[in-house]
Design a protein around this ligand. Structure first.
Ligand SMILES: [Mn+2]
Length: 250
């Protein structure tokens, strides 16, 4: 089985800098170059900077990425999507129009004799209670419902502010190191309990493959600075980086 894992693209509906636009082009090129290469694509959270599908509307700025996913799926690549901390307010769009299966928490599969555990990871960093409370709050059905009652343009400008402030909170290097340590500890527990052989997460924006006692912790990194992804082909896991210059691909 050929599996590709990506996370933390943070695709914006309001790209503001040339880097934002460049990052968008890179992920679109990557998905195009992935046509026919994989049997399964795992979207491991924070794919969109904010997701909401209203009863009759989607965010048109996301069309290029949605179209790229649709093409992959039509070429025979199955797609699964795990919620992140920026994309969890799903309606019926992914399932109904893209054939993408959604998982709000985690997802375990078996491939080529290996058990793979996927989750975004925001619950497993060294979390403060404030974040855990906020996470529960924004996922309450009535909060989602209220957001849906706002005019979409207003809702999105509000969402833009929220997601920017959440990104700011994740910036300092010390905090990032703490985040990573939390994820590794969680992965180690999953492996020790023999729930999985490979624990695959995102969220930290730090691409990494780390051998643990009897398994592997892997992080798919991000598409803001690393443009990284994980490949699991025939049970072998590899961390890779994408660039438009093919010679630089590793
Ligand atoms: Mn995240």
């Amino acid at each position: 089985m050929r599996i590709c894992v990506i996370s933390d693209i943070h695709y914006k509906y309001r790209p503001q800098t040339p880097e934002d636009r460049q990052n968008q082009e890179l992920i679109l090129s990557f998905l195009k170059s992935s046509l026919g290469k994989y049997d399964l694509l795992v979207l491991n959270g924070d794919i969109f900077d904010l997701w909401y599908d209203w009863q009759r509307l989607i965010i048109k700025q996301y069309f290029p990425l949605l179209f790229a996913l649709k093409r992959l799926q039509e070429e025979g690549c199955q797609i699964v999507y795990l919620s992140g901390n920026h994309d969890f307010w799903f309606g019926d769009f992914f399932q109904r129009y893209l054939g993408v299966k959604l998982y709000p928490d985690h997802h375990i599969i078996e491939a080529d004799g290996k058990k793979l555990y996927f989750c975004h990871g925001d619950l497993h960093t060294v979390n403060d209670l404030r974040y855990q409370f906020f996470r529960k709050l924004v996922r309450l059905p009535f909060i989602k419902h209220i957001f849906g009652l706002l005019h979409p343009e207003f809702a999105l400008s509000l969402g833009c502010k929220l997601s920017r402030s959440s990104r700011k909170r994740t910036d300092p290097a010390a905090l990032r190191a703490r985040k990573s340590a939390g994820l590794i500890k969680f992965a180690d527990n999953i492996i020790k309990q023999e729930i999985a052989d490979y624990v695959i997460m995102g969220h930290s924006h730090q691409p990494l493959v780390k051998e643990l006692s009897s398994g592997i912790y892997a992080n798919s990194g991000d598409w803001i600075s690393s443009h990284s992804y994980l490949e699991i082909v025939g049970g072998e896991l590899a961390l890779r980086f994408f660039s438009l210059n093919k010679e630089n691909q590793s």
